[in-house]
Design a protein around this ligand. Structure first.
Ligand code: NAD
Length: 485
């Protein structure tokens, strides 16, 4: 038994036009926790009619409400209050997030601080926003008129759900858009906090709307809704492809943050202690359910045996257990369906590589979605566990002999989200980064990121970049105004 958070709701509703409501037709779905795999709540399952109602409320707030017309400073003040309220609820949020998603409690803590920081950042940015003006003296003036695009459709995944929702809500609201959020059906619990947080901060009614539900129903209706001019989506690449096709009908703006199979490349001249610490963190933190997970580790032959031995020994000591226990380092995977997927890759891996740690359910944990941190070595690039996103605590390690081979292996995947490079050779570090097909490269580091820098992937990992002004640009139209003098 895991610790049940205090005041755990037993029913989750939509939030439409300032009110918590059920689906018009009364449809619901069950929400389970990943330790007992038993339902702890029902949630309203949004259908077309519910999405229509949410979009109508958001449209009304956009067309007639104060939010898009407020001065940037006024909107920023409210977003700063949102940040303060979010930060003050860190304990409550982390308990809910850990319970609902299986994230270790120590890692769930801090998600509220990151979410709060996203609001602070975009509040600051919108006030500092400047637009271009061009003058041809005595002839003409041209300037840019920035306008919020309208109702933003936001569709989010189940990994670190609250924080990822904030990464879309912050810039959408800062830009003056109104929103309809469709959170992931596996983890709707933390999203149920938003309506209260926004109300407490003074966000006008109708600006934030939330429809719970299944992707193929509520998500699909939002994507296809003619009054939603843009969709910001984070999730699997296959879902992204489908959404892309469905957005085409209305030529919608799209931002897509998709899957990854990111390489961590460790050269023989690297600081080996730091590289081992970091590559363990890269794939085993957040239960391995991390889009930027370094799930393929490429190691230069000269240090390969030592790396493998030390890595496997450390991986086998990682503490797997109850997500609410502060000693836990890897908790329960989000859902039995996902557990089955990850376990199927563990079995596939046994025929593709050499197993040196984990390989199944940890001893003593007979129920719950627990997978032991699993390390396969000598994995050929043709292996499915080298090519496909597993999204769990499973890593493939492969040796290389030269920079050229390392680069070819790193790029030998359809994904291109992140890459990690470990070397003390400055020139190699930068030239290698130039050639690697990844939206983001971390050199001798991980997880440090200034929110002004672009976030996003190339190839099958995404379309468009978020972060800094790029996010504000996505949620805005930039009208060019020209006048002849
Ligand atoms: P998913 O694609 O299954 O679902 C994501 C969201 O899309 C959910 O809200 C779901 O209900 C909705 N959805 C599903 N089908 C839909 C449809 N037909 N129309 C509209 N909406 C639909 O992804 P997931 O399993 O929740 O999340 C894990 C995936 O997300 C992994 O691939 C991971 O790499 C990726 N991810 C990427 C980033 C990034 O920034 N690149 C961040 C986090 C997660």
């Amino acid at each position: 038994m895991t610790t049940r958070p205090a005041n755990l709701p037993t029913h989750l509703r939509h939030h439409i036009g300032g009110k918590d409501v059920d689906s018009i037709g009364g449809e619901t779905f069950e929400v389970i926790d990943p330790v007992s795999n038993q339902p702890y709540a029902t949630a309203a399952a949004g259908q077309q009619a519910d999405v229509d109602a949410a979009v109508a409320a958001a449209t009304l707030a956009f067309e007639e409400g104060p939010w898009p017309r407020m001065k940037a400073r006024e909107r920023a003040r409210i977003l700063m209050r949102v940040a303060d309220v979010v930060a003050s609820r860190d304990d409550e949020l982390s308990a809910l997030e850990s319970f609902d998603s299986g994230l270790p409690i120590t890692q769930a803590k801090g998600q509220a601080q990151r979410a709060a920081e996203n609001f602070r950042f975009f509040a600051d940015l919108i006030v500092a926003q400047r637009d271009d003006a061009y003058k041809v003296p005595g002839t003409q003036i041209n300037y840019v008129n920035r306008k919020p695009k309208g109702v933003a459709g936001l569709i989010t995944p189940w990994n670190t759900p609250f924080m990822l929702e904030s990464w879309k809500l912050g810039p959408a609201l800062a830009s003056g858009c109104t929103v309809v959020l469709k959170p992931a059906e596996f983890t709707p619990l933390s999203a149920s906090l938003w309506a209260g947080i926004f109300a407490e901060a003074g966000l006008p009614e109708g600006v934030f709307n939330l429809v719970n539900g299944i992707g193929e129903e509520a998500g699909d209706a939002l994507v296809k809704h003619p009054d939603v001019p843009l969709i910001s989506f984070t999730g699997e690449s296959s879902t992204g492809k489908l959404i892309f096709r469905n957005c085409a009908e209305h030529l919608k703006a799209m931002s897509m943050e998709l899957g990854g199979k990111s390489p961590a490349v460790v050269f023989a001249d690297a600081d080996l202690d730091a590289a081992i610490d970091s590559t363990l963190f890269g794939v085993f933190s957040l239960n391995g359910e991390r889009c930027t997970a370094g799930s393929r580790i490429l190691v230069e032959r000269g240090i390969y045996d030592e790396f493998v031995e030390r890595y496997a020994e450390r991986a086998s000591r990682i503490v797997v257990g109850d997500p609410s226990d502060p000693a836990t380092e890897v908790g329960a995977l989000v859902h039995p369906e996902h557990y089955d997927k990850v376990m199927s890759y563990v079995e596939i891996g046994k025929g593709e590589g050499r197993l040196v740690a984990g390989g199944g359910r940890p001893e003593g944990l007979d129920t719950g979605n627990y997978v032991a941190p699993t390390v396969f070595v000598d994995v050929p690039p043709t292996a499915r566990i080298f090519q496909e996103e597993i999204f769990g605590p499973v890593v493939a390690i492969t040796p290389f002999d030269s920079d050229e081979e390392a680069l070819a292996l790193a790029n030998d995947t359809r994904y291109g989200l992140a890459a990690y490079v470990w070397t003390n050779d400055l020139t190699r570090a930068h030239t290698f980064s130039q050639s690697i097909e990844a939206g983001m490269v971390w050199l001798n580091s991980h997880n440090v990121r200034d929110l002004r820098s672009p976030f996003g992937g190339v190839k099958a990992s995404g379309l468009g970049h978020e972060g800094g002004y790029r996010s504000l640009d996505f949620y805005s139209d930039q009208q060019a105004v020209h006048i002849t003098l």
